[in-house]
Write a protein that binds this ligand. Structure first.
Ligand SMILES: C[S@@+](CC[C@H](N)C(=O)[O-])C[C@H]1O[C@@H](n2cnc3c(N)ncnc32)[C@H](O)[C@@H]1O
Length: 258
């Protein structure tokens, strides 16, 4: 993947779809990321965090508002500009760097926490990205990871198309190119539809010492619906139900500790 300085159609579309989200409306998402992270890592003003793929910049901006340090890495100059403009309205200058996770130097043993939310599906050489995140974490540091789940019935990547994630890669690329134009392959395409199993294997290979999936990190009181609460409860009692729940969940989600 490379950095495209020109405006891209998919970024315009992403900004349009996200225009109605105020910073405060992102609060529940912010809490949803930090709550499980805090189970494993102390989060206070001295904690060094990095978000990979900052999008509209709400996560690092809310961190600054709460007195927390969070640097960002983002491949789209257009999105960095948008994030800086939005943050400036709150008197905040977010520390977001322009770069591609695949080749940008994120350092070694630098961070206590790295947040990768809805980004890895877009990283072409994602295994390189996982290895870099592992190296950039301090021992005992945590990666929050959330991404596509291949066998989910609806996909956030293309939600008008049931079972979209089930399609073979080439078919998805062709479909999205036909619908959204060739720019989608420059940025925005989901190169990957993951499964919990393949991710767990890769995280282990990268060297993470503890890997917790979405069932293990879910706090029942924070689960958004009664059906999901039941799924978590039953999944904790039965490996078969857990395997089914993880297979069809709307997203893959993990906390991994270096
Ligand atoms: C779907 S958005 C998610 C934004 C944010 N994390 C959130 O959850 O709202 C994915 C973001 O990752 C960025 N991105 C994609 N590939 C990247 C890469 N290789 N390196 C850095 N950022 C990348 C995209 O430009 C986009 O801003």
């Amino acid at each position: 993947m490379k950095i495209h300085q020109e405006e891209l159609a998919d970024v315009d579309r992403y900004l349009q779809n996200n225009a109605h989200w105020t910073l405060e409306a992102h609060r529940p998402h912010f809490d949803r990321y930090l709550r499980p992270i805090k189970q494993y890592v102390k989060v206070d003003p001295s904690t060094k965090m990095l978000e990979v793929g900052t999008g509209t910049g709400w996560f690092p901006t809310l961190c600054s508002m709460d007195g927390l340090q969070c640097r960002g890495l983002e491949i789209s100059p257009q999105l960095i500009e948008y994030a800086r403009k939005t943050a400036a309205e709150y008197g905040i200058e977010p520390d977001i760097h322009l770069g591609n996770l695949e080749d940008f130097d994120i350092g070694e043993c630098e961070y206590d926490v790295i947040v990768c939310s809805n980004v890895f599906e877009h990283v072409e050489y994602w295994r390189t990205g996982v290895a870099k995140i592992f190296r950039a974490l301090k021992p005992g540091g945590a990666m929050y990871f959330e991404s596509t789940n291949k066998f989910s019935f609806q996909s956030g990547e293309y939600d008008g198309f049931p079972l979209y994630g089930w399609l073979p890669d080439r078919m998805r690329y062709n479909l999205r190119t036909a619908v959204h134009g060739p720019d989608i392959m420059k940025l925005g395409i989901d190169f990957h539809q993951f499964t919990h199993g393949m991710l767990r294997k890769e995280f282990k290979k990268a060297g993470f010492s503890r890997i917790y999936d979405r069932v293990e990190i879910a706090a029942e009181e924070a689960v958004s619906s009664e059906l999901r609460r039941l799924a978590v409860r039953w999944s904790r009692k039965s490996p078969v139900i857990k395997a089914l729940a993880l297979t069809f969940a709307e997203a893959t989600r993990f906390i991994c500790i270096r």
